[in-house]
Design a protein around this ligand. Sequence first.
Ligand code: 5GP
Ligand code: ZN
Length: 140
Amino acid sequence: MTGCVFCKIARGEIPACKLLEDDEKVSFLDSNPLNPGHTLVVPKKHYETVMDIPGKELGKLMEIVPALARAIFNVTKAEGLNLFQTNKPCAGQTVPHVHIHIIPRNSRDGFSFGWRQGRYKEGEMEGLRNELIKALGVKL
Ligand code: 5GP
Ligand code: ZN
């Protein structure tokens, strides 16, 4: 897709510190890392979000994540690691080309997701599950 920064990196039109790459996917260091070693894994074909990419292609993207995670974890001497994935601006997506973040973590990095977990009202969870099952086309 013209104008998409990750398509341009995939096509080699703009430089990136690439790690693993094949015909279908490319991984490279994030230019504004949360911590050094922060890496992005990107399909070469343009899909905006995880709702758009076929499951098989997402599976292929994920195939290289464990090897990357091990290398990043060991080389950066991280204490932990997050996989992170954003879809749509309200969820923090700034580049509308689906990607997986691999983020090495340490206890001093001061980064927090700040999750405030909620609670369901009586019956709400079961009702929602029924709607989701219907949307998934699963027969009860
Ligand atoms: P998002 O905010 O969409 O989840 O993640 C997009 C990521 O892409 C950001 O962490 C940002 O730093 C990174 N990024 C944006 N433009 C470039 C670029 O041109 N090169 C590299 N290496 N990373 C980029
Ligand atoms: Zn793209």
